[in-house]
Design a protein around this ligand. Sequence first.
Ligand code: NAP
Ligand code: HSE
Length: 436
Amino acid sequence: MKRVRIGLAGFGTVGGSVYRYISTQAGFLESRSGVRVCLSAIAVRDPGKKRSHGIPLPRSLLVKPEELVARPDVDIVVELMGGCGMARKLVLESLKAGKPVVTANKALLAEHGEEVFTQSNRSGTPIFFEASVAGGIPLIQSLKEGLVANRLQLIYGIVNGTCNYILSSMSKEKLSFEKALAEAQAKGYAEADPSFDIDGIDAAHKAAVVATLASGGCVKFKEVHVEGIRNVSAADIQFAHQLGYEIKLLAIIRGINPKSVEVRVHPTLIPSANHLASIHGVTNSMMVRGDVVGDIEFSGPGAGGPATASAVISDIVQAASSCGRNSSEFNGTTARIRPVGPSVAAIESVVSRYYLRLTVTDRPGVMAQITSVLGRAKIGISSVIQPEGHEGETVPLIFMIHDAPYKSVKLALSAIRKLNCVKAAPIMFRVETFGK
Ligand code: NAP
Ligand code: HSE
């Protein structure tokens, strides 16, 4: 039986769940994996804090995070603190000291991947990050190993459980945005700062990590186009339904090659018949297209303590097999991630279809003014609706727009906003059918 001693940094939603499973399921884990996981030390920020997940903090194991790496009884550092401050320091020091790292921290990998993977390569120490994307779904392992025969061509889907929980609660149960967010937070799905979820940043972090694995080189998070879900109203969800669509926050990665890649995160109208339209709650779902295998779908719980602990524990077992081997023997996939990767294609050049909602004065001639701006920009309209039952000073006007580069749409929207008949900032969402 292989014995591995871990130092756990973080005892929140994820850290607490990891602790619960490795302590209550130890026998099962040993028989299934051949690895005995022993917990040597735990670091938290505030030992006196009341822990809402109800798992008592084992105080005898408490240390400061700075102490974890140097401890002789820690073989693997498990970083579950989040953020890029103390977590970055701990991960880099651990890799430098030759101690494998397991982390769920997509922010760190997306924003400091170049530094982290350079250190991992330099010291020949692996870093495992299954829990950083799509919670309990073994997506990272599949991209690294299961699909190694493939050139990955297209990856898209739902990677933020909190946003999907909010959008599906608004769509199905008619909950308000605020109530749905509060529920997602209470269930342990949201980031410590939930604006990371609702502004699309968390999904963009994950998209950068996936694009890095798919292209083989670090994709710069700052180049990823990101729009969150704050602008998605109950009215838009309703209009989308009338048109046969559902609104989801999607991460889309395509045109993957060593020099460039398209990576974007934004609310997206998808046809109700698309399988992603029926992915509800905290569930994540990703479609991966490889040139050898074709299309594969991955779906499962994308956030929350137990699902994420499942991924972290799988990584601990993987990391255990690298302990005690010298670095040249360990030819982990991390060694194949180049610190500098492809540049992200500018969003201005990305072509897609669009949903446009305008708030306009209810007067004759308004439609002509708007269609003339779109016509001048060579933007084709596929359908227009002015829903009934909105009579008053202003009315909504919904356009579905044919394929157009974002650059043209952006210019046209700015001209439309300046028309006297347009009374609020236009609402625009992209429409994707993924060729179906
Ligand atoms: P959390 O509930 O906020 O827990 C964070 C833990 O880290 C807390 O125990 C906190 O200490 C500790 N911590 C934070 N900063 C620290 C510092 N400077 N020094 C020492 N301890 C520190 O967060 P979480 O939801 O478990 O998420 C942890 C990581 O997993 C994040 O990277 C997150 O993005 C990622 N993740 C989360 C989920 C999820 O569903 N929640 C899923 C996948 C990945 P105190 O307890 O004293 O405050
Ligand atoms: N806040 C993240 C989400 C946690 O809601 O998806 C999982 O990474």
